[in-house]
Design a protein around this ligand. Sequence first.
Ligand code: NAI
Length: 441
Amino acid sequence: MKVTAIGTGYVGLVTGACLAEMGNHVVCLDVNPEKIRVLNGGEIPIHEPGLLEVVRRNVAAGRLQFTTDVDMAVQHGTLLFIGVGTPPDEDGSADLQYVVAAARSIGQRMTDYKVIVDKSTVPVGTADKVRAAIKEELVKRGLGDMAYAVVSNPEFLKEGAAVEDFMKPDRIIVGSDDEQATLLMRALYAPFNRTQDRMLVMDVRSAEFTKYAANAMLATRISFMNELALLAEKVGADIELVRRGIGSDPRIGYQFLYAGAGYGGSCFPKDVKALVKAAADNEIPLKVLTAVEEANERQKRVLVDKVVARFGGDLKGRRFAIWGLAFKPNTDDMREAPSLVIIDELTKLGATVAAYDPVSMSETARVLGPRDDVALVDRAEAALQGADALLIVTEWKEFRTPDFDAIKAALKAPVVFDGRNLYDPRLMKTLGIEYNGIGRG
Ligand code: NAI
């Protein structure tokens, strides 16, 4: 089938590449010429395991191409996926300007039946806005009767495992009220659905809502565990043991029960905010979710609170090593990363920071800009030299079993603040390391 992916970010690029992998002819469009230049140069602009290989294979096979040419891209696809950003507006609601601009650019050019697929995470009612924007443009061109469909197909991939998630989805949600569009979506996703039909077709609004509900539920689990961790510390319980104790109940399950340094990323913070705002606009205040967000804001500062409790509120002359900057492992995405809050707070208190991340060093440098108080180093060990303590912020595999003797030798005193509970407090004690985890009373 002929597919166009509009927006070549984490979602659009993965969608385009994986659909090409199944034999579709895919054009990926972006307004950012630099991204298209990188892609046409045989590289990818993000770190995503396995993606480069899929991209290169399909470009070589002639099934995948990248362009800034809107005319060509709109003409190409029968199915046009909109995968552009939906960042938070000032009031927390989702900013739909990029989605609507993409819709308009379709309406300004289409000459035959198209299925426009909202892949971005968008509030309930967005498909109507997309439909209306296209209609307006068609009417301007005197083509008001031209048939087209707008369907919702929210994406559930996880950065760091995006290709795997796209190729083997748990579910494929399609919100559609157009029979022809539903059949085309079924055909497109059939290869991802071979062993079991994972496609759930529903009305458009329920599909749009499903994505927010999923992210809200996951964020809730994290904030819930983070709050329990704060209490566990006070009452002398270990949240890691509690996690295992409750996760064994199938009604609860083990996933997403980790206490830590708060959630970040391009999805949970903005989607929680957008749902809270949408609910307030509809006079149904979401009390639980509001608290989830507040708890997360507090949690992003927990490691710094621990540092202050240990070293005092004046950190002038102190230096801290930070391991892990990306908002989670296996990605270079720094959007809303807790590490940024931690760096900000520590340096405001007068400290300097030496930070290391296996893949997000250049992205961090771009986000932070030039800073005298932050050294970005290219090896984990280099961050440790002469630091007052080590803070672990992202649970990269390479931090899981480090050389503890080397850590002790390099730090001024052996103090570790483990924001991801990677180490066993009993082992740390026997090694003579002063260990501060999350919720490990
Ligand atoms: P991103 O910011 O990485 O990529 C968006 C891309 O769209 C950018 O390259 C931008 O230049 C391009 N763009 C903007 N306007 C355009 C236009 N009119 N025409 C062509 N290209 C345009 O965003 P990301 O992370 O891929 O997210 C996209 C959407 O998918 C968001 O709504 C997000 O919430 C959702 N989502 C993201 C997931 C993730 O893990 N990143 C997972 C599931 C959903």
